[in-house]
Design a protein around this ligand. Structure first.
Ligand SMILES: [Zn+2]
Length: 673
């Protein structure tokens, strides 16, 4: 069946628009329309293509999402071989390289070079016929590579077809490097680490591994990108220079490395090398050197090739970003949330210009997975400003009795117990209130709006107090004087007095607030409230066994383990005792047996403005009676209590046939309980 002409035209127009928007977004970094609009056009095209399968086209933007898995890759013979480059490793070798070329050409003046960063990725060939991408292939051995077209198509910055009115030749082969940006690589590995999956050693392996997936949906999920740097097959007239060729590719929609430049003579090359070397850590992609190419294509032709490498180009390598060294010991660092991270102490080694003597091992799961032991010879990687890491052990070089790395049972900073409840990925110090690694965060949390809400004692002031060693632990806050505070930078007498008053007022509090303010891991506002309601006072909570704790609403094994372990730490108890001595008081909560759980199994929604009591107050009373209070109406909702000017929740309730009641009904309910 032939498609209606207007429909085909509309499909064509959608494809053209999407191509242009994708180019603006992925190649130029200048989105032309909001993402939502792009998605809308994309979905419209998808549904039209589904409705009219005969409109299928391999270069449609919808073909980027990944296709059915292949059984194997097909070999591809390169019409023009993909050559390798010679190397220079020093300025002297660079000068010699330049001199050789000028002698060979009998060139009287300085040569012009096109210079560009050498990306650490995978060389790829893209073949276009009549402006449409027909094949993407790996370099392979230079003569024969593999057809990875399906995976190549998932990379958004690679044009599936060239601009309609371009002066491109009938057959065009573009070459460049497919790579994984540093940020995407770090994010992908962080996620894998969290989920206990395998991580990639470096961005180059990640890019290569992604392109060699038979299932292109995997490649589609990976953050790959490409910079183009040359042409292979070219049926037509090329410009006079390499830099003009790059500019031409840019006009046709290919991504060109913005750090590319034209320089003069060996000194210009050396300067470029220095400049890129200084920028190396901050570039968003990983590089292992720079490349110089004689800019004039005519001179390139005159120079020709030697073996499989062009005479007219060379790579100037940077020191490598991975080195071997010996792991001498492992220490455990305690983070500000109490998490313990294994850190390798290394025999100092120079990695890409920086001496590295510490490297992260991330967590114990990864230590186990990589089977790293003390005394091992390890590969250390340092890239950009990321913390150096141990990539893996060289097993062949393992000494006879290499001890395993063991998580300590006590915090190396404060001596409190280290706990790792079952199901948790991270081991933590349980001395949250006392541990000096955690105190800054602990004090900030204690004074924060949601906890004790101490006006005028914000994060900045707490930083000043900790840095100035005026306080060690939260209880020290309550021994500060106006004079001490007023002597701090940006603190006047007036604000100092106010802060001291606020501290004084904070001592009259409620048990739930106090519990929450202690910053026990996994104990949020709701859990603190539930614990308070269940036990009535602090002492019984401190004495509670794990079984006692498990009886509290919404408390599971992980929360119970954290609460129990927190109150088992003598140092935490010390700080709590000092807080009580400083004058903290609250009304104990009457734990009325009959009151408990009368509303168990009921779920209420509160909406609108209440007059007799605040909505939050009503919520707390309902919670105390064992009810659940939810923010949204569902079929499980028992009733909605609506105050003045209620919102859409009332409509939703009507739709689901959930009863809607008034504030009076609510007061009545609470009174009878
Ligand atoms: Zn500690």
């Amino acid at each position: 069946m032939k498609i209606d002409n207007p429909i085909q035209q509309h499909i064509d127009s959608l494809r053209e628009q999407l191509h242009q928007h994708a180019h603006a977004y992925y190649v130029l970094d200048e989105p032309s329309i909001p993402d939502a609009e792009y998605d809308r056009l994309f979905r419209e095209l998808q549904s039209l293509e589904a409705q009219y399968p005969e409109s299928h086209s391999d270069d449609s933007p919808t073909q980027r999402v990944g296709a059915a898995p292949l059984d194997a890759f097909v070999s591809v013979e390169h019409e023009v071989p993909m050559l390798s480059l010679g190397n220079v490793f020093s300025d002297d070798e660079l000068v010699a390289f330049d001199q050789r070329l000028r002698e060979r050409l009998d060139y009287p003046s300085e040569l012009e070079y096109a210079a560009e960063p050498k990306l650490d990725g995978l060389a790829i060939s893209l073949l276009y016929e009549d402006g449409v991408l027909v094949r993407g292939a790996t370099r392979g051995d230079g003569s024969v590579g593999e057809d990875v077209t399906q995976n190549i198509k998932t990379i958004h910055s690679i044009p599936l077809r060239l601009p309609k009115r371009g002066d491109w030749p009938k057959r065009l082969e573009v070459r460049g490097e497919v790579y994984m940006p540093k940020a995407g690589f770090e994010a992908m590995n962080a996620k894998a680490r969290e989920q206990g999956d395998k991580v990639f050693a470096n961005p180059r392996n990640a890019a290569a591994g992604s392109l060699r997936q038979l299932d292109s949906r995997i490649a589609a999920s990976r953050p790959l990108d490409m910079y183009c740097y040359s042409v292979g097959v070219f049926e037509g007239e090329l410009p006079a220079t390499h830099s003009e060729t790059l500019a031409m590719l840019g006009r046709w929609g290919f991504r060109i490395c913005p750090e590319s430049a034209v320089v003069t003579g060996a000194s210009g090359c050396a300067e470029y090398y220095q400049q890129i070397g200084r920028a190396r850590d901050t570039l968003p992609y990983e590089i292992d050197g720079v490349v110089y190419k004689v800019n004039s294509l005519k001179l390139q032709g005159d120079l020709g090739f030697v073996a499989r490498a062009p005479r007219w180009a060379t790579a100037h390598k940077f020191p490598p970003s991975e080195e071997l060294t010996v792991l001498q010991d492992v220490e455990f660092q305690v983070g500000r949330t109490g998490a313990l991270t294994p850190v390798a102490r290394l025999e100092p080694v120079n990695v890409a210009g920086v001496v590295v003597s510490n490297a992260t091992l991330h967590n114990m799961d990864e230590v186990k997975r990589k089977d790293v032991r003390i005394g091992d010879t390890v590969i250390v990687r340092r890239a950009g400003d990321v913390i150096p890491e141990v990539v893996k052990s060289v097993l062949e070089r393992r000494p006879k009795e290499a001890p395993a790395i063991v998580m300590p049972s006590h915090c190396p900073v404060c001596g409190s117990d280290v706990i790792r409840p079952e199901g948790e990925a991270v081991a933590r110090c349980s001395g949250g209130l006392y541990c000096s690694a955690q105190r800054r965060e602990a004090i900030k949390h204690f004074a924060s709006r949601k906890a004790l809400d101490i006006d005028g004692v914000g994060d900045k002031l707490i930083d000043q107090l900790v840095d100035g060693e005026l306080i060690d632990h939260v209880d020290d806050l309550f021994h500060l004087t106006v004079e001490q505070l007023a002597s701090l930078e940006r603190m006047g007498e007036k604000s100092a007095t106010k802060a001291i008053e606020a501290l004084e007022n904070a001592k009259r509090t409620t048990l739930p607030k106090f519990l929450f303010a202690l910053g026990i891991r996994e104990v949020g506002e709701v859990t603190a409230r539930n614990l308070a309601m269940h036990f009535g006072d602090l002492e019984p909570i401190m004495q509670a066994s794990e079984d006692d704790l498990l009886a509290v609403a919404d408390v599971g094994p992980i929360v119970a383990a954290h609460v129990k372990s927190f109150f088992e730490q003598p140092h935490n108890i010390e700080v709590i005792d000092k807080l009580l001595e400083a004058g903290f008081v609250w009304e104990p909560i009457e734990v009325a047996e009959q009151k408990e759980a009368v509303l168990d199994g009921h779920t209420y929604v509160l909406t609108g403005t209440f007059t007799a009591m605040k909505r939050d107050e009503a919520k707390q009373q309902l919670l105390a009676l064992g009810a659940k209070v939810s923010g949204s109406v569902s079929k499980k909702t028992t009733a909605v209590f609506a105050g003045d000017s209620p919102g859409s929740k009332v409509d939703k309730a009507a739709e689901l046939e959930v009863p809607v009641k008034t504030e009076e009904d609510l007061l009545e309910l609470l009174k009878t309980m």
